[in-house]
Write a protein that binds this ligand. Structure first.
Ligand code: HEC
Length: 142
């Protein structure tokens, strides 16, 4: 009897562990482990409140709000953030979304160049290797 119970809960245990210890992708990436560590702090202090602690975005992030804007999207490689090259990601961080009818604040004067690089590294560390490779292929670093 006990045995059966364990088999039943096993998949849930595996999912729970997987969430807790996500793999952070650094090997073969443009950033260093110390940039990633720095980015973790920048993200937590400036971005996590909207984009979620794990850059997972909000519930129904792709459904327009009553005012015509969108909720914060995931930055973890599951949405379209990876379609943008690094310089465009940086521009979004600099200018935010307000100039184009969105809600994201501008970080141009709030973060240093190093902070911006590091925060990009942090959310990119969630991108699976296939997504990162495709991003590079499309000129992500150009
Ligand atoms: C007040 C909430 C808020 C904060 C804080 C915030 N964002 Fe955003 N972000 C948004 C919203 C909402 C969007 C969608 C565009 C818009 O409405 O401006 C967005 C869009 C983005 C995009 C474009 C995503 C895509 O798929 O094209 C990037 C990249 C991004 N944010 C990164 C960041 C980073 C990095 C930080 C922290 C330095 C941050 N955001 C802080 C709300 C926020």
């Amino acid at each position: 009897m006990k045995h059966k119970f364990f088999i039943l809960i096993l998949p849930f245990l595996i999912v729970a562990c997987d969430r807790g210890n996500r793999e952070e992708n650094v090997a073969g990436r443009w950033y260093t482990p110390s940039q990633l560590e720095h980015g973790r702090v920048v993200f937590k202090n400036n971005c996590a409140g909207c984009h979620g602690e794990n850059a997972q975005g909000t519930f129904r992030w792709n459904k327009k709000l009553a005012d015509g804007s969108y909720p914060p999207p995931p930055l973890n490689g599951s949405a379209h953030t990876w379609h943008h090259p690094k310089r465009l990601l940086k521009r979004t961080i600099d200018n935010g979304g307000i100039p184009v009818g969105g809600k994201m604040p501008a970080f141009k004067d709030k973060l240093t160049e190093q902070d911006k690089e590091a925060v990009i590294a942090f959310f990119q560390s969630y991108w699976p290797d296939e997504i990162y490779a495709e991003w590079l292929n499309r000129g992500g670093l150009k």
